[in-house]
Design a protein around this ligand. Structure first.
Ligand code: ZN
Length: 148
């Protein structure tokens, strides 16, 4: 992998020690996400109160990128308003589809900008977007998401 050292370090760290890796009970929203291309499967749990994400966790099996992305996502979204979370999700997708450059998003996104390195590997982009897609799905009240 040809990620810059910083990006690689962040991804590897979150894969090795995933944050918020647990089921959330009670939760107000949850959804199961699947990425058939790679075989990644994860469940995202949210506890939302007064429009604010009080807690967000995940569980599942998948490749390093899918797990690191979910770990980074849960770390970033805890305490955010639902609409803020949706805006961050859009920024991540724009970065992964090449609409914005990761280097330009470093100030806005912090560690999340590390996910931008994945866009050099088009077949892995869905691994990185899975957690975000699943979280969006959960917030709309649906319980199943697929990257297909
Ligand atoms: Zn994957």
């Amino acid at each position: 992998m040809d990620l810059t050292d910083l990006y690689q370090e962040i991804i590897l760290d979150h894969n090795k020690r995933p944050r918020n890796y647990r089921a959330l009970e009670p939760c107000t929203h949850h959804a199961e996400g699947r990425n058939p291309l790679c075989g990644d499967e994860l469940t995202v749990y949210l506890l939302v109160k007064d429009g604010v994400i009080q807690d967000v966790t995940f569980q599942g099996e998948g490749c390093a990128i899918s797990k690191a992305s979910a770990s980074l996502m849960t770390s970033a979204l805890k305490g955010k308003k639902v609409e803020e979370a949706e805006a961050v999700s859009e920024q991540i997708k724009d970065m992964l589809t090449g609409k914005t450059e990761a280097a330009d998003m470093l100030d806005t996104l912090g560690d999340l900008a590390a996910l931008g390195g994945v866009k050099q590997f088009p077949q892995r982009v869905k691994c990185a977007t899975l957690a975000w897609h699943t979280c969006e799905t959960a917030l709309t009240g649906d319980t199943e998401a697929t990257t297909e």
